[in-house]
Design a protein around this ligand. Sequence first.
Ligand SMILES: Nc1ncnc2c1ncn2[C@@H]1O[C@H](COP(=O)(O)OP(=O)(O)OP(=O)(O)O)[C@@H](O)[C@H]1O
Length: 579
Amino acid sequence: MSATDLHERLPIASPAQVRRAFRGLLAADKGPAVQVLIMYTLAAGFSVAIPVLLGRVVDGIGAGWGAHEVNLTCAVILACVAVQFVLSRSGRRAGYRFGERAAARLREDVVARVLGLPLDRVEQAGRGDLGTRTSADVNTVADLLRDNGPSMVTSLIEVVVLYIALFVVDPLLGLVSLLTLPPLLLASRRYLRQANRVFTEQRAAMSEAAETLSASGSGARTVAALAMQEERRAIGHARAETLFERFKRLIRLQVEFFFFLLWLNRLQLVLVVVAAGFWYLEGGMSLGTAIAAITVVVRIANPTNSVMTQLSEFQQGAAALARIAGVGLIEPETRDAVPDGNDLVLDTVTFGYGDGPDVLHGLSLHPRQGERLVVVGPSGAGKSTIARLLAGIDRPRTGTATLGGVPVSDIPVEELRRRVVLVTQEHYVFTATLRENLILAAPDADDARLVAALRRVDAGWAVATGLDTMLGPEHRQLTTAEAQQIALARVVIADPPIVILDEATAGIDPASAGNVEVALAAALEGRTVIAIAHQLQAAASADRIAVVEDGRIAEEGPHAALLAAGGVYAGLWHAWQGD
Ligand SMILES: Nc1ncnc2c1ncn2[C@@H]1O[C@H](COP(=O)(O)OP(=O)(O)OP(=O)(O)O)[C@@H](O)[C@H]1O
């Protein structure tokens, strides 16, 4: 099964929802948007005045204007050029600032939305899809707001003003220029429709390719362990092929359309030149008017092309915005239950992933407060799933998972994390100082507390390197074991009454893992600790052991009692001891 098949795609907003989202982005900064529009319109007006005034100079000279009138009109033309330059520069700058602010709001909004998503939904979505939506898609919309949007508006205003000017200069030539409008509109409609579909498909292909890459990268060890390199390479290759095909389709479509557009521009110019020449020779039009009209038509081609180019960029932006707005379509979780105490109970729960079969079958587990409960069992028995239900990441299909008498997954996440912390093998180190990485767990913790926590998890190296050390890809890179110690130190700092460790020391080499386990056990003394363990050595010292088999609790009790019973646990223990 490919990585993408495992993931449930996030929704994509409908065109109406995209329009609403776009209006929302613009409306938040209405004043500056109107200001930018006014500046662009004025700039276009001054730019159109230039050919009209040139035509007047030509006619004026024919009619016997003196040097003074010619110089004066030329001075006005120069003034128009200067004003147009200043206006379009300020407009562009204001448009850029407007776009940056809107893009920043969009980024914050997306992050807030993603953080508000139900945790299981985020996991199901997969890193590729969410990653593309929160990075590449946001960047595309940001580009649209900052660059393409203002450019398109400028060009559109320019086109409209140029056509108005052409009609003012000579209505008949205006009508002639409109002869190429119907084929232009028809071709544009067809192109935009097809491009919209191709853009959406291309974006989906891009996120699938990203998903495959990120899944193969993050699961590299599993891939290598199962000798799945060839299979993953084949999947990656197929995704890349699809992406390449989509790109080719898009480029073919664009080449065809823009070639047709170029041809239409030339046709429009030829029609106007022929008509203007004919009327001039017939005496129905002055030379100045003909020159002004032709100059205006020559200038129409550029902004028209630009509008069309920007429109396709606009569509890319709309496709990206549809994916971003899609995140907002997922019902946010309403977590408002208030737990009364810290009693954590799984009561006859059944659970399965997605639409898959049950992996837990009517399982009950009640960690007593303050005890160290170790959960063991064969691979795939459901141990990690139990941890996820206890931590409120997933909800049971039937039965209940409660903390302090209320469903764990109904407790607000901040409140829940003050009471229950889950540490898995997946741990994230942020690109920030060691102090910032630790203080996430308790923002008011002082340095002494942070250092004490590091010592507790046997992370002498971290104390030696200092809290100001920058961590992250371009700074101090941590090994898996070191990153895991940071994750464990965060737990010590967060100081929650219940800690769930899902093979939390699995990435640390066995010799050091023992030390870390001992140190951690001491640090977590007095707390309820539910430890999921592959290593049975951790089980021997537990208050109680729960043995999970095929989604059920097969046995429960202290080490000695289970050994004496000679059941599943005794079998696992002897196998592990190598008896
Ligand atoms: N995200 C998931 N989507 C679909 N099925 C899953 C998912 N995670 C786990 N499973 C399935 O649920 C069952 C229980 O898995 P779980 O990870 O809880 O077992 P485990 O006892 O922790 O195994 P291990 O010791 O190998 O980690 C397995 O059959 C597994 O394939």
